[in-house]
Design a binder for this molecule. Structure first.
Ligand SMILES: [Fe+2]
Length: 270
């Protein structure tokens, strides 16, 4: 009997380019790497702002089993009923204040047992939020404590944050308590994927899916104009190739919930 579940976590899927790349490439990658379950950051799917119900359905159809959330998660208001439904595999950050639409953690059946998936927003990126964020470390302690008696084979924590120190420290903080802590939001993959000393897979930032020659997916010229000339302009997403597909593959031992292996996936499509 198989004793591990192999999970692919996909970095921020940026707009239509990212979504189309997922639709084209994900099933082949699933097969090639013998992936059991795919979790993806969905907060930038719909033109960079949130995830519409229609795009959520496209992600599921393309083979994404579960969607995590970030600072754009609450932008598409018609997603709220889906975010609030425990049976729908999509979450928003868990440390928004009580009463915020949606749920910050949900379970998914991996085929080997239940996996708990949680999203947290870092304090730095959350500083500009109109909602007063709860402390992410206290929030995760409360969630893990409340869920400790639930029978599960693993726990995956997504940390959507800005400061490198926050994103490193959250891994250390949860080392040995969860299967993986995966940072995102930068859209730039870091080269530090590893298994921490007590068996937690960690990466500071997993990267993104979308255009490479861009400012995190946005057309570079717009950002330079804003930066160099104080121009007020709107983000438009880059569509031209090359495109990048960044993710993290990790195996979880279903008897211990600890990570057995970790491997970065950084693919370019010219
Ligand atoms: Fe973000």
């Amino acid at each position: 009997m198989q004793s591990k579940v192999r999970i692919l976590y996909v970095g921020d899927i940026m707009g239509e380019v990212g979504l189309r790349l997922i639709e084209k490439e994900l099933s082949g990658l699933r097969h090639k790497h013998a992936i059991s379950m795919v979790i993806a950051q969905s907060e930038n799917v719909t033109d960079g702002r949130g995830c519409s119900p229609a795009d959520f359905n496209r992600l599921k159809k393309a083979g994404i089993d579960f969607c995590t959330g970030g600072n754009w998660s609450l932008w598409q208001k018609d997603l709220f009923p889906i975010l609030s439904d425990p049976a729908q595999p999509i979450i928003r950050p868990a440390n928004y204040p009580d009463g915020t639409p949606g749920l910050g953690y949900k379970y998914i059946d991996s085929g080997f047992g239940k996996i708990l998936v949680i999203s947290l927003l870092g304090k730095t990126v959350g500083r500009d939020s109109q909602l007063k964020l709860k402390n992410p470390l206290i929030t995760i302690d409360e969630i893990l404590d409340a869920q400790k008696s639930v029978d599960k084979v693993g726990t995956v924590v997504n940390f959507h944050g800005d400061y490198s120190s926050e994103k490193v420290v959250i891994g250390q903080y949860l080392n040995g308590r969860v299967s993986a802590v995966i940072g995102d939001h930068w859209h730039v993959p870091t080269a530090d994927a590893r298994i921490l000393s007590a068996g937690t897979a960690h990466i500071t930032d997993v990267g993104m899916v979308g255009a490479l020659n861009a400012s995190l997916g946005v057309k570079t010229a717009l950002i330079i104009d804003r930066w160099r000339n104080d121009k007020v302009n709107r983000n438009l997403l880059e569509e031209d190739k090359p495109w990048q597909f960044n993710g993290l593959i990790f195996d979880v031992d279903i008897s211990s919930g600890k990570a057995l292996s970790v491997e970065q996936l950084n693919i370019l499509y010219d």
